[in-house]
Write a protein that binds this ligand. Structure first.
Ligand SMILES: Cc1cc2nc3c(=O)[nH]c(=O)nc-3n(C[C@H](O)[C@H](O)[C@H](O)COP(=O)(O)OP(=O)(O)OC[C@H]3O[C@@H](n4cnc5c(N)ncnc54)[C@H](O)[C@@H]3O)c2cc1C
Length: 469
């Protein structure tokens, strides 16, 4: 029997396991490894804070491309009030992921084995056929195929002057806001300074308030832009998909922006919501990204990325209202600018930042600084032990923009020399390097389904020789 070891049991790892089991023609062994005991939840759906709701409506969160309503049915079986447009708690989505894995085990060919395991993978050693997987507890596993589904890593420290970077070892600095005990140190009456104003900031704000935090919260990013909210809808939205066809034949960011602005102006006159234009671009985004030159991609990253992210990755309507209320009450104070230093003292820390387009710096006193800059994806420098090992061994190829990893058309890892691995595959948000749009469930489930097909095909064949990608 062939063995597939999946490293990482978040959405991608869990759904890959489920797809491999439910679609197998022959008995198969699937090992699902995760460094913590939370199987099938990962970073996003392991939260215990009920205020953390999905940022995609329930009707679009199915794990399966061949069963669009799978999550909606599950959520309705738990709460009959849920509709396709509801924003359900992320914890419920974690319950759903556990359930689909159980269901897949039930329908897998007789003799199949599913082995969930807690273990932290430090090293992968490619063999002539298959691979050996080394865990931090010295255990070693062998596999015919290995899937890396490592997900989102903790944010990297924002760069400020070297002297101030000493602050990053202070107990008043929270590097990883997603760690289960991250916010325990924060006292409810001390102001907090959040670096970042996107969805991670919103999550952290919700967690702090749920813990009874009463003092003001400051949040800063280069432009001070907050996530845009979804609409409250009774029916499913209809996306306007004509724009990609009207975009220029010589792809460049300026013309993309011009085309989008024109479409948005037209939409206003026709009473079409801007969200339906952005939604309509979603399926075409990978191609629009792939045809851009590296120079144009860099321009997009420098000038447009933040605008794209805040309009594309929206929050639930209720959370949009909450942000408005917090700002109106001045309990959330949003700044646009750049942190240039920290001055720690006995009572807390002064965060020194340069407001956007202003020469003078400004100071804000806080008890704690929390890094909410979002997941780290730069595999050229990221300190994650497994990524560092693969990078040093030349087994991965980081992309030039620090967005993730390079894979071939069959999700096989491409090595430093440009060869596809015969045994190691990747699925997850690092596909952003080649697809740009590879963050949320509606995109990731498609990649996972395709990967599972590739794996089934490849397992049915003999081990392959190295091929040039
Ligand atoms: C806070 C947050 C909220 C989100 N909310 C939504 C949402 O509402 N809707 C939506 O569509 N998308 C959302 N997303 C996007 C999210 O990226 C995807 O939905 C999806 O959860 C990504 O899953 P993943 O399996 O790739 O990663 P993860 O969920 O991060 O899972 C990866 C797992 O791999 C494990 N791991 C990593 N390295 C190792 C190792 N060396 N050894 C063993 N285990 C390892 C980690 O511990 C982790 O459990 C959210 C993302 C975040 C960060």
């Amino acid at each position: 029997m062939r063995t597939v070891v999946i490293i990482g049991a978040g959405f991608c790892g869990a759904v890959t396991a489920a797809q491999l089991l439910r679609k197998a023609a022959e008995p198969i062994e699937v090992v699902l490894l995760n460094r913590s005991g939370l199987m099938a939840r990962g970073l996003a759906y392991g939260t215990r804070t009920d205020e953390h709701v999905l940022n995609v409506p329930a009707g679009r969160m199915s794990a399966y491309t061949d069963d669009d309503e799978s999550f909606l049915r599950y959520a309705q079986s738990q709460d009959a009030e849920v509709s396709a447009n509801s924003f359900v708690s992320r914890r419920v989505f974690g319950d759903y992921l556990e359930w689909i894995v159980r269901e897949a085990v039930r329908v897998a060919p007789a003799g199949s084995i599913y082995r969930p395991m807690v273990g932290d993978v430090e090293r992968i050693q490619p063999l002539a056929a298959g691979a050996r997987i080394h865990l931090s507890n010295k255990r070693v596993l062998e596999a015919d195929r290995v899937v890396l589904a490592l997900g989102n890593f903790a944010p990297g420290d924002p760069q400020v002057g070297t002297e101030s970077e000493n602050f990053y070892s202070s107990p008043r600095y929270v590097r990883d806001p997603w760690r289960a005990d991250a916010l325990w140190v924060v006292k409810p009456d001390e102001p907090v300074f959040l670096i970042g104003t996107g969805l991670t900031m919103l999550d952290t704000l919700l967690s702090l308030r749920a813990r009874g935090h009463r003092a003001p919260i400051h949040a800063l990013s280069r432009r001070g832009l907050l996530p845009q909210p979804h609409r409250e809808l009774e029916i499913r939205p209809v996306y306007t998909t004509g724009l990609p066809k009207r975009l220029p034949s010589t792809p460049n960011v300026r013309d993309y922006l011009r085309g989008l602005r024109h479409e948005l102006e037209l939409a206003q006159t026709e009473d079409v919501d801007w969200r339906d234009i952005i939604g309509g671009l979603r399926g075409a985004t990978p191609l629009l990204w792939q045809v851009l030159s590296m120079r144009e991609r860099r321009r997009f990253m420098r000038h447009l990325r933040t605008f794209w992210d805040t309009h594309r990755h929206r929050c639930a309507p209720a959370l949009g209202r909450l942000l408005d209320a917090e700002r109106a009450e001045n309990s959330l104070r949003v700044h646009a600018g750049r942190v240039v230093g920290y001055a720690e003292h006995a009572d807390g820390v002064d965060v020194i930042f340069r407001p956007r387009s202003k020469p003078e710096t400004q100071r804000v006193s806080a008890g704690y600084v929390i890094n909410c800059t979002g997941p780290e994806s730069d595999t050229r420098s990221c300190a994650e032990p497994l990524i560092a090992h693969l990078r040093e061994a030349g087994l991965i190829k980081p992309d030039d923009l620090g967005l993730g990893l390079i894979v071939d058309g069959e999700y096989r890892l491409v090595d430093r020399q440009g060869y596809s691995s015969p045994t190691m595959y990747y699925v997850g948000p690092f596909l952003r390097a080649q697809h740009w749009e590879a963050t949320a469930v509606p995109e990731l489930r498609r990649h996972v389904a395709q990967l599972a097909e590739v794996l089934h095909r490849s397992l049915a064949q003999q081990p392959e020789a190295l091929v040039l990608s």
